[in-house]
Design a protein around this ligand. Structure first.
Ligand code: PLP
Length: 374
């Protein structure tokens, strides 16, 4: 058995369609390769799919976060509360607009940001809260909404990994005043390159994000720069690929959810051996990554590798402990749950084209881990 964590065959059954896309876009008499009619159709399809008032395609999820923060006029002197555990864009996007990230610790099991930690991090300079959905669990968005309202600050939802998740009947991406999705290859709606969207119910935020993604130009007004913007445009080939793959997304997400349910049911027997699966259920869930918490994580990882099963550590280091972000971290503060998550988290393969036999083999391998004290 050889199961890599990052599968090389994500698009193996779509080669003909991919070549067809390249041919059609490449030979289209319009010769329009960015922000053309395919991008517009993709935005419309995602508006329909999510029910959001506006969807703005841009060059990546990271770029989407920057566009949202800029559209909200977050900048120098402002603070944005972000999780201490997560990926670099959470801190980097805030710093990119000239604001300061303030790191809040996470819940030890869900690894999403703790509301009471967020509340403690709020100050007179706070401009926005930016929680992120993590791996397979959505952040506590009702609490975030309440905190943002009570402290009169903006709410940005980093839903880069959570497309398709639903909490209290509200889809991921629509809890914040604006959210983002990422289409980088490994994400649940990953593609053959880079891309992302801003998703919002606020027409003004949508209008500003649309201008900012193309050098601050209002649509159709070339060389009129109303804002200092960015090059964060969307590619027509990617739009064509994503338009074609959108109808299959629900089935792929459902397959991921089924695999997660199976793993979680099987892993109840290893809890006493120090291996904790994520919380069960489907409410407020997304299935980007299936992450266990293991007391002897590195031993479990080696145990799986011996059986040909790839795994991955997201993330080995808390954000405020990273060299790049440490200068922004409040002195004397600690993030013990983020540190614990970094030491214990281990992600298993959960991509939708795994066969039932492969899923069983992964579960068998985890369940044969002897565990025990460190
Ligand atoms: C992937 C990811 C991003 C960034 O998306 P890119 O498209 O890679 O820039 C942002 N936030 C989270 C939580 C992510 O997982």
């Amino acid at each position: 058995m050889k199961l890599p964590f990052f599968p090389p065959d994500l698009f193996a059954d779509e080669h003909a369609e991919l070549l067809d896309t390249v041919r059609r876009v490449g030979t289209d008499p319009a010769q329009r390769f960015i922000l053309g009619e395919r991008t517009a159709a993709f935005e419309a399809a995602l508006r329909e799919h999510t029910g959001a008032a506006d969807v703005v395609a841009c060059s990546s999820g990271t770029s989407g976060l920057i566009l949202v923060l800029r559209a909200m006029d977050v900048g120098p002197g402002d603070e944005v509360v972000v999780p201490a555990f997560g990926c670099a864009p959470l801190a980097a996007s805030v710093i990119a607009v000239g604001a300061t990230p303030v790191f809040a610790d996470v819940h030890p099991w869900t690894m999403t940001v703790e509301p009471y930690e967020v509340e403690q991090a709020v100050s007179g300079r706070t401009a926005a809260l930016m929680p992120a959905h993590m791996f397979s669990v959505m952040a506590d968005m009702p609490a975030m909404r309440e905190l943002a309202n009570r402290h009169d600050v903006r709410l940005v939802e980093d839903s880069a990994v959570a497309q398709g998740g639903v909490l209290d009947g509200i889809p991921a991406g629509r809890w914040g005043e604006a959210g983002v999705f990422s289409f980088v290859q490994v994400k649940t709606f990953g593609t053959v390159g880079e891309g992302g969207v801003v998703i919002t119910d606020d027409p003004e935020l949508g209008r500003l994000a649309r201008m900012l993604r193309n050098h601050g130009q209002p649509p159709g007004r070339r060389f009129e720069h109303h804002l200092v913007g960015y090059n964060s445009r969307f590619d027509e080939i990617t739009a064509d690929v994503q338009l074609r793959r959108l109808p299959g997304l629900a089935a792929r997400l459902a397959r991921r959810a089924d695999i997660a349910d199976y793993y979680t049911a099987r892993f109840q027997e290893v809890v006493e051996r120090g291996v904790q699966p994520p919380p069960p259920g489907r409410e407020g869930r997304c299935h980007y990554v299936y992450s266990l918490l293991a007391e002897r994580r590195d031993d479990l990882r080696a145990h799986l590798a011996e059986r040909g099963i790839g795994s991955h550590v997201y993330y080995p280091t808390p954000l405020p402990a990273q060299q790049a972000f440490a200068p922004y971290a409040r002195a004397g503060r600690h993030w013990p749950h983020a540190e614990l998550a970094c030491a214990r988290t281990l992600a298993l393969p959960i991509y939708p084209h795994l066969t039932d036999a492969e899923v069983e083999a992964v579960a068998d391998a985890v369940c044969s881990f002897p565990g025990g004290a460190r």
